[in-house]
Write a protein that binds this ligand. Structure first.
Ligand SMILES: Nc1ncnc2c1ncn2[C@@H]1O[C@H](COP(=O)(O)OP(=O)(O)OP(=O)(O)O)[C@@H](O)[C@H]1O
Ligand SMILES: Cc1ncc(C[n+]2csc(CCO)c2C)c(N)n1
Length: 267
């Protein structure tokens, strides 16, 4: 399916699951995932989980600072530098945020650091372009996990919302994960999301961002919709709840929407 449009046919139900967020799930060889670390703070337990599930890891410019600083000079139980266990495959961007000491550290570890001066694309887009080049060589599409990008600067947050909305046309699965949420775009059509209640919940939302309006029908939520119109200017399902007894949430939408679910805290 690589290189073709990812839009679903009208009768197809797209299946989603987030078992990769559960540290107990064994890594499956059939799904390749790429991690793109953005310039936003994230906690170590979350990094450990998303790092393990991805086979290609890239830092978008100042994302390299976040990775470097989070790991600090901590040692593993064997006395190894923790930082040495989290060496990305690439750092890319306009490099106006990557600090010199971080650049020197990762350079010394052999990480390619690509300076892309394009002033019409963001560091996030530059990293996706690098992944696309890799995919062309390998002939395989990766699922993407962006770490960060939904909080902080409003222009960057809206850019993330818009960019994933557009990526739905060419890619199958793209997720954004922050310390509080996992979120992704559901294209128009029918979706079934397997809910791991140990990882997700209790709150969730269906967000009509970037569209005039959509008609929504859902099951498995505390407040379901039944062919109702949802729009930015009208009804939006925020602060909805997953139902502990329900293993799946189903969503039928006439236009693309953002779906988000709260991540359960691990402390
Ligand atoms: N405050 C923020 N809120 C949300 N996302 C952010 C924020 N800061 C950075 N990002 C994400 O991290 C990426 C790398 O950020 P960095 O700070 O290195 O570059 P930038 O110069 O601010 O962003 P860009 O060059 O992409 O406009 C950005 O492309 C963006 O996707
Ligand atoms: C209409 C328009 N608005 C803003 C920018 C600025 N811009 C967008 S992406 C980017 C690169 C950041 O690393 C920069 C500077 C532009 N080019 N075109």
């Amino acid at each position: 399916m690589y290189g073709q449009l990812a839009s679903p046919s009208s009768s197809e139900v797209i299946e989603w699951e987030t078992s990769f967020l559960n540290p107990l799930t064994p890594k499956t060889a059939d799904v390749r995932r790429a991690l793109i670390i953005l310039n936003q703070p994230f906690p170590l337990p979350l990094l450990e989980i998303v790092w393990k599930t991805c086979s290609w890891r890239c830092c978008a410019d100042g994302g390299g600072n976040c990775l470097h600083d989070l790991l600090g000079n901590a040692l593993t139980e064997n006395g190894q530098q923790l930082r040495d266990l989290y060496i990305p495959d690439l750092i890319k961007g306009d490099l106006d945020s990557l600090r010199q000491d971080v650049r020197d550290f990762y350079s010394s570890k052999g990480v390619p650091i690509l300076h892309d001066l394009d002033q019409d694309s963001t560091d996030l887009m530059k990293c996706v372009r690098a992944l696309e080049e890799k995919e062309i060589i390998e002939g395989n599409e990766y699922e993407i996990i962006f770490l960060g990008g939904l909080s902080g600067r409003l222009d960057q947050t809206v850019h993330t919302l818009s960019y994933l909305h557009k990526l739905r046309r060419t890619r199958k699965k793209v997720y954004v994960i922050t310390d509080e949420n996992i979120a992704w775009v559901l294209d128009e059509g029918q979706h079934r999301i397997r809910i791991d209640h140990g990882v997700l919940g209790p709150t969730c939302g269906l967000l009509p961002v970037g569209i005039e309006s959509t008609t929504l029908s859902t099951s498995g939520l505390r407040w379901n919709l039944d062919g109702e119109e949802s729009s930015f200017d009208g009804l939006i399902s925020t602060s909805n709840h997953l139902v502990p007894e329900e293993q799946f949430v189903t969503i039928k939408t006439s236009r693309p929407i953002w779906w988000c679910a709260e991540l359960r805290r691990k402390d």
